[in-house]
Design a binder for this molecule. Sequence first.
Ligand SMILES: [Zn+2]
Length: 90
Amino acid sequence: MNIMDYAQNLLNYAKEMSRLDQKLAKKYIKSAITLLKKKTINVPNEWKIYYCKKCFYVLNPNNTKFRTHNKKLTIKCNNCGNIKRKILKK
Ligand SMILES: [Zn+2]
């Protein structure tokens, strides 16, 4: 298994776990990101909607406010209140 596959697995676990145990989910996402950084691999852009950059809270539609406005997606972290915006492609 290569590093990217391994990290992807950790992300998937984190997403699953975020519904049950946010602490565990955080642990998974943190280790995935630490792993990539250690190997100097950039965190894939699409990952950034799955976790909060500030507190590593794993975001899912049940615990997070997703709003679209003017083709922009706004995601608010329910844990620390950090807001991120993403421009949606057509
Ligand atoms: Zn946060």
